[in-house]
Ligand binder design. Sequence first.
Ligand SMILES: Cc1cc2nc3c(=O)[nH]c(=O)nc-3n(C[C@H](O)[C@H](O)[C@H](O)COP(=O)(O)OP(=O)(O)OC[C@H]3O[C@@H](n4cnc5c(N)ncnc54)[C@H](O)[C@@H]3O)c2cc1C
Length: 286
Amino acid sequence: MFDCIVIGAGPAGITAAIYLLRSNFSVCIIDSGDTALKKAHKIENYYGISSVSGEELYLIGRRQALQLGAEIIDGQALSVDNFGSFNVTTTEGELSSTCVIIATGSTVKGIKLSGEEKFIGSGVSRCAVCDGFFFRGKPVCVVGAGQYALHEAEVLSNICSSVMLLTNGEQPPENCPYPVLTSEISEITGDDRVSGVKLKNGEILDVKGVFIANGKPTASDFILRMGIECSDGVFAVNEDMSTAINGVFAAGDCVKQPKQISTAAYTGMIAGLSAIKYIKEIKKNG
Ligand SMILES: Cc1cc2nc3c(=O)[nH]c(=O)nc-3n(C[C@H](O)[C@H](O)[C@H](O)COP(=O)(O)OP(=O)(O)OC[C@H]3O[C@@H](n4cnc5c(N)ncnc54)[C@H](O)[C@@H]3O)c2cc1C
């Protein structure tokens, strides 16, 4: 059991971790390895460093956290469950902690499917654990090709009559225990509710639910799963970077503009300090 699990190893997550580690708290950082920093060829507007590549700055940050005693897990966080303390499911196994800091970077996902927006709440869902029950005994599909999609499919497999993975043109995951179709998706069809999915090869699939799980879960996916409504992938944080869930904090590009390293480091610092306060309070009250 860690004092804090930090999801993300960009400037927000690493800064939060630094504050916790220097106060002697145990920290596990989960890093899927795709920080926005890796896309920044040259950074010349961060305090004290006249010029550095984003990749280099990312590696310096990771090294700093390791030197201070962080455990870093290279993998994806798939879900966060709130049992008073927190259970984080990752591609590398289960972890638990007193509190969680979500610092997963920008929440912008790829292109939306035709019909995805229209049917959100009427057959399209972004959260299997929240909405799976509404599709009990019915055929559903999960759109995605990675570990997150498999994770969502597993949740649904107990509830729905059948679960199929639609990779929308991507390579299917290895050893997928569910039926997989790799054809590209043309549109999600229906009148007032989803009645099927049309593929570009002309095939029409009879499914009543479409669960979107492409890529990896974003900050809003984690928050939504814990029962907090997110409007268009955005959720609120308070000034101390706490969310509506006790013990869950968020920082960086996933919650604050302008999307810059200075903002990420600042909000990471606030989230780290708030997490310290929270853990001390929990420890004091036994
Ligand atoms: C091309 C480009 C150039 C830029 N140039 C500048 C610049 O010159 N100056 C400047 O100040 N800013 C610049 N930025 C912006 C800057 O990179 C970001 O504001 C900053 O990296 C945000 O930090 P963050 O920690 O919030 O998110 P990120 O740095 O994006 O880090 C997110 C972290 O979360 C991890 N993650 C995400 N989802 C999961 C998951 N499910 N499980 C586990 N880990 C996960 C990622 O692997 C990563 O470690 C640039 C951005 C881009 C794209």
